[in-house]
Design a protein around this ligand. Structure first.
Ligand SMILES: Cc1cc2nc3c(=O)[nH]c(=O)nc-3n(C[C@H](O)[C@H](O)[C@H](O)COP(=O)(O)OP(=O)(O)OC[C@H]3O[C@@H](n4cnc5c(N)ncnc54)[C@H](O)[C@@H]3O)c2cc1C
Length: 486
């Protein structure tokens, strides 16, 4: 008889694992508490406007391609990918930097800001590419079981790069504050401050400038639709509106899960829900990590988000826009060192309808505004409105247009929603940060040490936050399950 595996949650990591496990011959069922699959990558469709409510940056196209290749498919079998040109725009208080779609254009822009800066930039990106090759081919595909996984002939000769920070590396080569912010931006995706992130992670800069920024036509949810369709074609059964209330364990082995009050028997349980929440589904003796453990971790930020339908086309904006027109350092301190609502936050705005008209009605614009904030902050309607007023005024000023009278509707999402929608620890948006002390074998484990047959996947375990790492996390856990649960 085929072994039955119940998977909790339907984010990228769960969907990825479900495909690998079904291909390996297991009987796989996915249970998602919400009414659609996708986890943090769900979609909001309203009055003809389409919003990706979570991830919007499609980086590392090679990882997506490899995922589909593992099943004899290609990305192009499911969705059309466009390379964005320009990739994105950064608004500073006195200038705008445009990041083009290849290195020559980016070098020209760096030269405009600081003469002579293209030479160190090319060197920096060549080193970042070296890190990318090692990270993707040698390091990231390890399950985080032991420190020795990190010891390869490639890493041993570059060990200093794990102990120097990305901030030190960038500041050694560049003096202009705008160029420094531009080069420190990609590691923000890893959830920690650049001065707490090992310089080895400059592979994110290669992902940015070397591989480019892409857009699946129709939005990021196209990836979820593709993975769902692939999983179903492999025999996975999907259950939405299925809240998992308990992971049932007898004598240290899982017997199944309780879903909406009913017991579902299974031989193996895999949770892709937030790790902290997953452990609360177990009786106390079977939990591996204490509340104090979780409280001491560095979590990636939460976010205050606004999804807005505009009744006109906006000017001076691109698909991706970063507003770095205030103090980067101060905002980072207000997220990590002294958590509080930021005085004058940086923010990000996404207008997918600038390049993809299917995302908005004719002559309209779909806008998604994001302010990163510390997890666990108080979240009230008044605070949301206060921050909306603040950023929309800055947006109008920096882009030189009035937009407030052109808002057809506005929805918001913040800490309380991350908790109620996803059972997210302290309302984190994208998991646990990749600091040196939270890398690889130092992250919460894929395989439970206390329940033989219980596994975890997703952005709180290895390799870390982001869509590509979540795809890899699903693959790693599926390999472990095949090894231990044959
Ligand atoms: C606003 C935002 C912007 C982001 N931007 C980017 C980006 O541009 N690019 C990028 O690469 N990454 C981005 N990320 C990060 C990326 O979205 C995540 O790392 C990734 O989606 C996490 O996937 P996951 O599988 O770990 O978990 P999740 O997506 O969180 O999936 C977990 C699922 O488990 C379900 N669940 C929880 N508890 C239960 C239960 N008891 N029973 C049943 N189901 C349960 C949840 O509802 C959820 O669907 C962003 C994230 C956010 C929130």
């Amino acid at each position: 008889m085929r072994k039955k595996i119940s998977i909790i949650g339907s984010g990228f990591s769960s969907l990825s694992a479900s495909c690998y496990l079904a291909k390996a011959g297991y009987d796989v069922s996915v249970f998602e508490k919400n009414d659609t699959v996708g986890g943090r990558a769900r979609q909001l469709i309203k009055d003809g406007f389409t919003f990706d409510i979570g991830p919007s940056w499609y980086w590392m196209p090679d990882i997506f391609e490899k995922f589909f290749n593992d099943f004899g498919k290609s990305v192009s079998d499911y969705y059309q990918l466009d390379k964005l040109s320009p990739a994105y725009k950064i608004f500073f208080s006195d200038d705008v930097i445009t990041i083009g779609d290849h290195m020559d254009k980016i070098c020209e822009e760096f030269e405009r800001i600081e003469e002579g800066s293209s030479k160190p930039l090319r060197k920096f990106i060549a080193r970042a590419q070296d890190h990318y090759d090692i990270a993707i081919n040698k390091v990231v595909l390890k399950p985080g079981l032991s420190p020795f996984e990190l010891v390869t002939k490639e890493t041993i000769t570059r060990v200093d790069r794990f102990f120097k920070t990305i901030s030190q590396e960038v500041r050694k080569n560049f003096k202009n504050p705008k160029l420094i912010s531009t080069l420190e931006f990609p590691v923000l995706f890893l959830g920690a401050k650049p001065n707490h992130t090992p310089s080895f992670y400059s592979f994110m800069n290669f992902a940015d400038f070397g591989l480019g920024t892409w857009h699946p036509r129709g939005g990021m949810y196209e990836i979820i639709k593709a993975m769902k369709s692939l999983a179903e074609s492999l025999g996975v059964s999907m259950h939405t509106n299925s809240n998992v209330e308990k992971i049932n364990v007898i004598d240290g082995k899982p017997t199944g899960i309780t879903v909406n009050g009913k017991v579902v028997n299974s031989d193996v349980v895999l949770s892709g829900a937030d790790y902290h929440h997953s452990e609360t589904l177990l009786d106390q003796p079977y939990r591996q990590y204490s509340e104090a453990y979780w409280d001491k971790r560095t979590f990636a930020p939460s976010s205050l988000l606004f999804y807005i339908g505009f009744d006109k086309k906006l000017k001076n904006v691109e698909h991706h826009n970063l507003f770095f027109d205030t103090d980067f350092e101060l905002h980072a301190e207000e997220i990590y060192d002294d958590p509080k609502w930021p005085k004058n936050p940086l923010f990000y705005v996404n207008f997918p309808s600038v390049t993809d008209q299917s995302m908005a009605p004719k002559d309209c614009e779909t806008g998604f505004f994001l302010i990163p904030i510390a997890p666990g902050l108080e979240d009230t309607p008044e605070l949301r409105q206060q921050y909306f007023d603040l950023i929309i005024k800055r947006f109008e000023k920096r882009t030189d247009q009035s937009v407030q009278n052109h808002i057809l509707f506005k929805e918001s999402f913040c800490v309380n929603d991350f908790i109620s929608e996803y059972n997210s620890y302290k309302g984190n948006a994208y998991g646990m940060a990749n600091t040196l002390m939270q890398t690889a074998f130092l992250r919460p484990k894929l395989k439970s040490k206390k329940v033989d047959g219980l596994y975890f996947t997703g952005q709180l375990t290895v390799p870390g936050p982001g869509v590509p790492p979540s795809l890899i996390s699903g693959k790693l856990v599926a390999e472990l399950i095949q090894k231990h649960e044959a």
